[in-house]
Design a protein around this ligand. Structure first.
Ligand code: RSS
Ligand code: CA
Ligand code: ZN
Ligand code: ZN
Length: 267
């Protein structure tokens, strides 16, 4: 079981990491801070050496993921990718799986919504969660069953700050949610940062359906995609949530793990 983002745990405090080379042009302190934060969260490198944990090494990992020239130098193009997804990532783009390709082996996977947000009614949250599950179950021979009590495979909920795993949330902004890859215990669980303002699309805020679809992708075993149109793209994108659809790349990824749904049972 792994946390989606923290493919390896970041053990090195930022202050020990050598500074990251950056091109001088037009980068604010805030962008600079966010970029460093982003790299620490999204590109923890495998090796435990100080060298490999440097921000430069993480940036190179990111450049590799997006198939950009590997420079280790922070520039405005990278910042753009971190902040707004649709900005000319090369087209050889693909989904990823977790190391070892963990997945659910039962045909029926249970879920439970353990805690709700102040921002939306429980009824709406339940509806959006069901919709997010449907996006995925439409494509694969798995079904999802909601339970109201006890332990489910996928336990979902809202929480702020430290909330009982080793990955405390970080207040408003930055990380919006996280989820664990399939497995026992925390495996499959999905947590949403209650310090965000969540919306069903009818007001300003983070679109909960989009975030739930993304996190459930992790709960089912998908890592991130470098395809900017994919739901599994690592950065939140505000879209028309009424028409949220999986991209071809998301479908390819999930079917790689679970196979296709037979035509007879299309949801
Ligand atoms: C996941 O992969 O499960 C988490 C993902 C998420 O929270 N992504 C961050 C994000 O898009 N945040 C938006 C607001 C911050 C913008 C600043 C730059 N930045 C779940 C989403 C896709 C539903 C990634 C991110 C972007 C980030 C960061 C993280 C700065 C830490 C610091
Ligand atoms: Ca947050
Ligand atoms: Zn958590
Ligand atoms: Zn993610």
């Amino acid at each position: 079981m792994q946390l989606a983002e923290l493919w390896a745990l970041c053990l090195l405090p930022g202050s020990l990491a050598p500074p990251l080379p950056r091109e001088a042009e037009g980068m604010s302190e805030l962008q600079w801070e966010q970029a460093q934060d982003y790299l620490k969260r999204f590109y923890p490198t495998d090796s435990k050496t100080k060298e490999a944990n440097s921000l430069e090494a993480r940036l190179k990992e990111m450049e590799k993921f997006f198939r950009l020239p590997i420079t280790g130098i922070l520039n405005s193009h990278i910042i753009e990718i971190m902040q707004k997804p649709r900005c000319g990532v090369p087209d050889v783009a693909e989904y990823s799986l977790f190391p070892g390709s963990p997945k659910w082996t039962a045909k029926v996977v249970t879920y439970r919504v353990v805690s709700y947000t102040q921002d939306l009614s429980p009824l709406i949250v339940n509806q959006l969660v069901a919709k997010a599950f449907q996006l995925w179950s439409k494509e694969i021979p798995l079904s999802f069953k909601k339970v109201r009590t006890g332990t489910a495979d996928i336990m979902m909920g809202f929480a702020r700050g430290a909330h009982g795993d080793f990955y405390p949330f970080d207040g408003p902004g930055n990380t919006l949610a996280h989820a664990f890859s399939p497995g026992p215990g925390l495996g499959g669980d999905a947590h949403f940062d209650e310090d965000e303002r969540w919306t069903d699309g009818s007001s300003i805020g983070i679109d909960f359906l989009y975030a739930a679809a993304h996190e459930l992708g992790h709960s089912l075993g998908l890592g991130h995609s470098s395809d900017p149109t994919a739901v599994m793209y690592p950065t939140y994108q505000n879209g028309d949530s009424k028409n949220l659809k999986l991209s071809q790349d998301d479908i390819k990824g999930i079917q790689k793990l679970y196979g296709r749904k037979s035509n007879l049972k299309k949801n």
